[in-house]
Write a protein that binds this ligand. Structure first.
Ligand code: ADP
Ligand code: MG
Length: 714
């Protein structure tokens, strides 16, 4: 593709194809994303349609680093060679006509031949483009350049052989040379813009040292399978994702998470492929290989994101759609006014006509959005902030309210048992024993804390029957002690109230006091009689308070949402400095609370880990899935944060704001340049070949401006 209008044309062709639900064509990545019904359409038909429109197409397989790189390098090299060839032919034409001003017949003949090669060999792509555009009843940049240069060339041809008058072959030849120069530069800077993916792909280790049949051997990365034991020595790259089974070390995970401080790894800890082992040696069991690794998923995420369009691009697309026909009309008017009304020479009128055609090409406008999105999403990926696409990016820039889930998002999500309170005849150990038995069946972080405590105390787990988890309340079940069955309830006040378990004032007070200190208190009932209480504390992450301060500075309101009781919620909220706390919200009501906040059109972001908050993530204008998040969270999230750090919410919003302002800047300059250039050209003040140069440079400058995003601080 040469231009944004190419992308638009292919897009509309694909969208008209029966069975195609939606098609998006990205002019910067030169990729199309097509959603279609398998029964009535297939990839072959899609490719045929693209080819019918005059372009090449193939299915974008998962590329390896080398393929990705070499394809792109080849494209750049081709543009460069074309430019050099064109320049070599054009220089003598320019010397003869502009410096020597040689108007002899021989000079004209040499120019006819040299400029002819430029016009019909190098410039053939513009004729081909014009042909296909015409076939589709549209006009594009190729049309403009083909008409403009042909006018100059054929008029000169006529004056060489048939009629009296000046030749200006150099105009056509220089114009084409400049446009090709622009294309070459553009391809080079576009490559820079999409460097993030290349970098990510390049992180992949080539080989791995594994133990099979008791022997250590080196194999290619492709040959590693799940379950293999992998050996990693100091300074080596960790080849795939896995879990440490032996040894101890610290690992530099900055390439994946953006976090520069090395992370300690011991037995049981997870390691991520492509990260670098620093000091120790260890062995780990491979749990994810090939396209399932975190790195591979990040690459896919970023690739998808870069192929999408931001809603704001619709403006650019609409403008581009009207621009080309309008420009042709304008150029014709220019010619008519100059030649017939002003009475200028045919040559002058023709040159003004050509200059208008060329300067008005909306190419830079077409690049404004996609290049900024590529750079923005790429920069995000390098910092552990994965943005799903243009839409998420645009909304993230407009967020006015951020709602955080408490457990695992603002807090570490690793609660620890702090107090065990007995009640009645049972001792503390028995309280823990019963609670742990029933919690062993639950996956709630609170349950984990209790089971862990029991393990530390070397308490054997009792058998549980009829287990039931009541979301947002607690757990229920039957246990047997010495052949006698007991009905157990363990959870919050609501769970107790619902079963009419009496909590005496004295116990209420103890509970409330613990909660005011930010602890979560759970009540244990045996046969509907209160038997004890267990308090757990979940420490706030050091980074949470910092993130809240930053968000407030940016004028964003912060809220915390939790199923935990009001006192605990308030206490934690105070620790992190949050504006407002929504407590005792049942999991199924979290989405409703978000909906309430959205009334009045305020854009709300929800940050969570996907454990009982996936519907809220989906309801929010922007779902931000955090850290070790569940698969559900990653699916529903518009933004995924690789690290478990609330400050990345700030980075994501900042990056989005920066990218959006870059897009607007790009659009402004592209349009500004077109609207200023057109009158200058129409008044005959801009030589046509310089119009070509200006047009080429404007595209390059838009891409360069997008690249500046890389340097902005997050
Ligand atoms: P959060 O919003 O913090 O993720 P939940 O909605 O999962 O919290 O739970 C709300 C409250 O319900 C908890 O604070 C706790 O008191 C009680 N609860 C939920 N699950 C359990 C469980 N497995 N064991 C004990 N209490 C529980
Ligand atoms: Mg939660």
């Amino acid at each position: 593709m040469h231009c944004a209008s190419c992308a638009l044309m292919i897009e509309s062709k694909l969208n008209k194809l029966p069975g195609v639900k939606s098609a998006q064509v990205n002019s910067a990545t030169e990729k199309a994303t097509v959603e279609y019904d398998c029964d009535s359409c297939d990839s072959e038909k899609i490719i045929k349609t693209v080819k019918g429109a005059g372009y090449g197409a193939q299915i974008a397989d998962e590329e390896t680093v080398d393929e990705h790189q070499s394809q792109h390098e080849q494209a750049i090299k081709k543009e460069r060679n074309q430019f050099i060839f064109s320049l070599v032919l054009t220089i003598p034409v320019a010397i003869l006509s502009m410096i020597l001003r040689d108007e002899s017949y021989q000079s004209k003949l040499i120019q006819t031949i040299l400029a002819g090669i430029v016009q019909f060999y190098i410039g053939s792509r513009f004729y081909v483009g014009m042909y296909y555009a015409g076939k589709n009843k549209t006009a594009n940049m190729d049309t403009l350049i083909a008409i403009g240069t042909s006018a100059a060339y054929f008029y000169s041809l006529a004056t060489t052989f048939l009629i009296e008058g000046q030749v200006f072959y150099e105009t056509a030849a220089l114009l084409i040379t400049f446009v090709v120069l622009g294309k070459w530069l553009e391809a080079r800077v576009k490559g820079k813009a999409s460097e993030a993916i290349k970098k990510l792909l390049g992180l992949q280790a080539k080989s791995a040292r594994i133990i099979r049949a008791g022997k250590e051997m080196e194999v290619l990365i492709k040959e590693v399978v799940v379950g293999d034991i992998v050996v990693v020595r100091p300074g080596e790259k960790i080849p795939v994702d896995g879990e440490v089974v032996d040894g101890y070390s610290s690992v530099d995970e900055s390439m994946v998470t953006g976090e520069s401080i090395p992370v300690e790894k011991k037995v049981g800890d997870k390691v991520v492929g492509a990260t670098i082992n620093k000091t120790g040696s260890f062995k780990f069991k491979a749990t994810k290989v090939g396209k399932d690794t975190l790195l591979a998923q990040i690459v896919k995420f970023v690739e998808n994101a870069q192929g999408t369009k931001a809603p704001i691009q619709k403006y650019a697309d609409t403008i581009s759609g009207y621009f080309v026909p309008a420009v042709v009309a304008l150029a014709l008017i220019t010619f008519v006014v100059w030649y017939f009304l002003v009475g200028a020479s045919f040559v002058a009128a023709l040159l003004a006509f050509t200059a208008v055609l060329v300067i008005a090409c909306p190419c830079a406008l077409g690049l404004a959005t996609p290049t900024a999105i590529i750079v923005g999403t790429g920069k995000g990926a390098e910092n552990g902030v994965l943005i799903k696409g243009g839409e998420a990016l645009e909304i993230a820039g407009k967020i006015k309210t951020v709602v955080f889930d408490k457990t695992g998002t603002l807090t570490k999500g690793e609660p620890v048992v702090t107090d065990i309170i007995k009640h009645g005849t049972r001792n503390m150990e028995q309280v823990l024993e019963i609670a742990a038995a029933i919690e062993a069946k639950s996956e709630h972080p609170l349950a984990e804390a209790i089971v862990k405590k029991a393990k530390e105390e070397k308490i054997e787990l009792l058998e549980v029957k009829d287990f039931e988890a009541v979301p947002g309340h607690g757990v229920k079940g039957n246990i047997k002690i010495l052949d006698i069955g007991y009905w157990i309830l363990f959870g919050n006040r609501k769970l107790m109230q619902d079963s009419k378990v009496d909590i005496r004032l004295e116990d209420q007070k103890i509970g409330e006091e613990l909660e005011s200190g930010g602890k979560t208190v759970m009540f244990l009932a045996v046969n509907n009689e209160l038997a004890g209480m267990i308090a757990v504390a979940d420490t706030v992450k050091e980074t949470s308070a910092e993130a809240i301060i930053e968000l407030k500075k940016m004028g964003i309101k912060t809220l915390m949402i939790t199923g935990d009781n009001k006192r605990t919620g308030q206490a934690i909220g105070k620790q992190v400095g949050i504006d407002e706390v929504l407590a005792e919200v049942l999991p199924e009501n979290k989405a409703d609370e978000i909906k309430k906040l959205q009334t009045g059109g305020l854009k709300v972001a929800m940050v969570g880990d996907g454990i009982n908050d996936a519907p809220a993530l989906a309801q929010a204008d922007l779902g931000i899935a955090m850290g070790s998040g569940t698969d559900v969270a990653i699916e529903t999230g518009g933004i995924v944060l690789v690290k478990n750090d609330a400050r990345d919410v700030v980075r994501a919003i900042k990056l989005s704001r920066q990218t959006m302002s870059k897009i607007k800047q790009n659009m402004f300059w592209a349009l500004f340049y077109n609207s200023v250039g057109i009158p200058i050209a129409a008044f005959g003040l801009l030589r046509a070949e310089l119009a070509g140069l200006a047009m080429a440079l404007s595209s390059v400058s838009v891409v360069l401006n997008s690249l500046l995003l890389k340097r902005r601080k997050l």
